[in-house]
Write a protein that binds this ligand. Structure first.
Ligand code: ZN
Ligand code: ZN
Length: 124
């Protein structure tokens, strides 16, 4: 991703952050009892089309993603590149060892392969 694209994404993120009131985390908390937490930040995803998608994330998700930047994290985040659905996987329960915290998968149980906007990268 080039610098200009990152600048555009960050500018969009700043605009969204200004109006975060009432927004809920959009990452999958199905394994977590505190589902539906208030969003405190955005995770930016770049699609193959060049479009940028902003996913609201709560404090838990945000903290965990920050830990991922240092490599000292407890959860993997799987993101489906077809349908953009997400899933947190507890590292200790995970059979696979992924090189990075955020792991892109080509399809998932939610997917019907009708989506055209495929994610290529994250922007933090
Ligand atoms: Zn969350
Ligand atoms: Zn999917």
């Amino acid at each position: 991703m080039d610098k200009e694209e990152i600048d555009v994404a960050l500018e969009e993120k700043m605009a969204l952050l200004a109006d975060l009131d009432g927004t809920m985390c959009e990452l999958d908390h199905s394994g977590d009892p505190q589902k539906g937490r208030k969003a405190v930040n955005y995770m930016m995803l770049k699609l193959v089309s060049g479009e940028i998608v902003a996913l609201p994330v709560c404090e838990f998700c945000n903290d965990e993603l920050e830990k991922g930047q240092t490599g000292d994290f407890e959860w993997y985040l799987l993101i489906c590149t077809q349908c953009q659905s997400t899933k947190w996987l507890y590292k200790e329960n995970c059979l696979n060892d992924y090189p990075k915290q955020v792991h892109f998968i080509k399809s998932c149980p939610e997917c019907d392969f009708m989506y055209q906007n495929v994610i290529t990268d994250t922007i933090n």
